[in-house]
Design a protein around this ligand. Structure first.
Ligand SMILES: [Ca+2]
Ligand SMILES: [Ca+2]
Ligand SMILES: [Ca+2]
Ligand SMILES: [Ca+2]
Length: 237
């Protein structure tokens, strides 16, 4: 019993050491290195109804464009409207080892996606088209007139190289039909879709350090070697 207790303790020690090494190398994912940068600041809660763009604009005071005021004009009957069409740029220190994944979070007010058709006209990262990624997210759980929602999208792996220079420009254009007045009714759609951007957050997860895979492999090999020796010892006994 003494021998088996010793080997159990020993195995636990080796396991602990292996996982400790993996954890220190960021392999477990608990503390992945990366970059998080936010433009503007969050002033609303997901699903919140904000009555009127004036209310929206008041909370946006002091934030950088296009996060400062509601942009565009849904085009109330008799008024000349204008779609939301703006761009915003993140500047950050790019990961030197490459990028594993990246997410973009957008707080959007009055996107009118309950109206017929797709309200996202175009969306791009450094000129790379990612319209469908944002559009499907917005249309699947978008809001009605005056509704604020927070969306998080995973950037396609084909666009990650655009982030390696530490500069990422996103360009978003909405399109009609927007909604005016009676929330969500098709009879009340307008030719344009205005929008307010509350904030945008870019979250980048670094690729693992080059040495990480080798470190993990050697830790696992060491563990397997230990178990192999243990088995051999048991057979001999
Ligand atoms: Ca829609
Ligand atoms: Ca870039
Ligand atoms: Ca709108
Ligand atoms: Ca804000």
């Amino acid at each position: 019993m003494g021998a088996s207790l010793f080997s159990t303790r020993c195995r636990n020690a080796v396991l602990g050491a292996a996982f400790g090494l993996m954890s220190a190398a960021g392999v477990t994912g608990a503390a992945q290195a990366g970059v998080i940068v936010t433009l503007g600041e969050q002033d609303f809660e997901d699903g919140e109804l904000v009555v009127g763009s004036a209310t929206y604009n008041i909370r946006q005071i002091g934030e950088p464009a296009p996060f400062d005021i509601h942009r565009g004009n849904d085009g109330a009957p008799g008024n000349v409207g204008q779609d939301f069409s703006e761009s915003f740029t993140f500047n950050f220190i790019a990961p030197s080892n490459g990028i594993k994944s990246a997410r973009l979070t957008l707080g959007m007010y009055d996107h009118d996606s309950a109206a017929p058709g797709n309200q996202v006209d175009s969306f791009s990262l450094d000129g790379l088209d990612i319209t469908s990624v944002l559009s499907s997210e917005v249309e699947s759980r978008g809001g009605t007139q005056n509704e604020y929602n927070i969306y998080e999208i995973l950037l396609p792996s084909s666009t990650l190289s655009a982030l390696l220079d530490g500069v990422a420009t996103f360009a978003l254009t909405m399109q009609g039909p927007g909604l005016f007045g009676l929330a969500g009714t098709t009879a009340d759609t307008t030719a344009f879709d205005s929008l307010g951007l509350d904030f945008a957050t870019l979250s980048i997860t670094d690729a693992p350090e080059p040495g990480t895979t080798a470190l993990m492999a050697s830790a696992l090999l060491g563990l397997l070697g230990f178990r192999g020796r243990r088995r051999k010892g048991r057979t001999a006994a």
